[in-house]
Design a protein around this ligand. Structure first.
Ligand code: 2P0
Length: 360
């Protein structure tokens, strides 16, 4: 499919008002998206586990305006309160998607959002929030054109979410989602995420992710700036090749249930992401001393017990601890006894792989 396939022709229906709500999860990348081209096209393919507990719930109430407005007409509330500081990001999103949703200026939208995870926990909420908003807008489009089928609905929601925030396109579906052209991935696309269609061994079913909240402060570097620094990065091309290679490896790792291979690829991807930040100009260290304490303790525990626990990182100091469900009891105890002390206020979130967004 191409971008043009997402530009609608005339809508058959007229809709005055209504309301729709979606709950969309966050996701954690195993092979990382870091670097992009114009129009939110990723510099390399990525793959993620969709999460379950960490999610954004968004409702959109829409009312048709008398005449089309010169600007987008919307209000945004977060956790029940007006949140005007988020409006510029939403306006930018609307400007990017207007070509694909030409009804946008004809409605006033009241957007009400809340997150399941603690506010400013340092967990990327752009993925879950942009995905939830894109799905709500697709509901309105489906009212205007009921012939839209489920397959197109989901694909276009992911396509729109990508234009809001790249990683958001991987939050629409689950449990494992791939985004970006890749030779060995059937149906892969730079335009939207697709559920991983390869074989997945049962050991990866319901995989666990405990999110350790190491630093709940504001991000030092926005993701958009971080992606931008890959443009003139001396190691960029080699890194993009490596992501293709790692994605290919994961395909057979998932099929074979190769936990050693999984842990090696995932940890290497996390450290490579941070290595890219440390070697960009300007350079950043987003890990904190407690991030490294946790990494070392995970390695010590893995060596001592032979359990299949590993970590991955986002563009921040928090640590995602990944492990198979059948080892949950022992690893949860280890986290509580030995890792929680390195979290801000001892806080962490017990999550696992989920199935994607839900209409409420
Ligand atoms: C990822 N991250 O694959 C990577 C790994 C963070 C670390 O995608 O500029 O918020 O909105 O497209 O999606 C975070 O970047 O960036 C991200 P934009 P996004 O999940």
């Amino acid at each position: 499919m191409t971008e043009a396939d997402f530009v609608p022709s005339r809508y058959p229906n007229d809709v005055d008002s209504g309301k729709t709500s979606w709950k969309s999860p966050s996701n954690i990348a195993l092979v990382k998206y870091w670097g992009k081209r114009e129009h939110q096209i990723p510099a390399n393919p990525s793959i993620s586990f969709t999460l379950d507990v960490c999610a954004t719930t968004t409702s959109v109430s829409y009312t048709k305006l008398g005449e089309g407005a010169s600007d987008f007409s919307f209000d945004f509330r977060f956790g029940g309160r007006p949140k005007d500081e988020f409006k510029p990001k939403i306006r930018t999103f609307f400007a990017r998607v207007e070509k694909y949703l030409p009804f946008l200026r004809q409605y006033h939208l009241l957007i009400e959002s809340s997150n399941s995870f603690p506010h400013s926990s340092g967990i990327a909420s752009s993925a879950s929030s942009m995905s939830a908003l894109a799905l709500c807008l697709m509901d309105l489009e489906k009212q205007l054109d009921p012939s839209i089928d489920d397959g197109f609905f989901i694909k276009k929601a992911s396509f729109l979410a990508r234009l809001g925030s790249g990683s958001a396109c991987r939050s629409v579906q689950g449990p494992i989602v791939e985004w970006g052209d890749h030779d060995e991935m059937a149906h892969s696309s730079n335009l939207y995420g697709v559920p991983f269609s390869g074989e997945v061994h049962s050991v990866f079913k319901n995989y666990q992710d405990t999110v350790l909240l190491v630093d709940k402060g504001e991000k030092q570097v926005s993701s958009t700036v971080g992606h931008g620094l890959m443009k003139d990065h001396p190691f960029a091309l080699r890194r993009f090749e490596q992501a293709h290679h790692n994605l290919g490896r994961l395909k057979s790792i998932f099929a074979e249930g190769d936990l050693d291979g999984f842990m090696a690829v995932v940890e290497s991807e996390a450290l490579t992401l941070h290595a890219m930040m440390m070697t960009s100009m300007p350079y950043f260290i987003l890990m904190r001393p407690n991030t490294l304490e946790i990494v070392n303790r995970i390695w010590d525990f893995r060596r001592a017990t032979g359990l299949n626990v590993c970590f991955t990182l986002d563009a921040g100091a928090n640590v995602h601890v990944l492990y198979p469900e059948h080892e949950k009891a022992q690893i949860e105890r280890f986290i509580k006894d030995e890792l929680a002390v390195f979290c801000q206020n001892g806080q962490y979130i017990q999550d696992s792989v989920g199935l994607g967004a839900q209409r409420l």
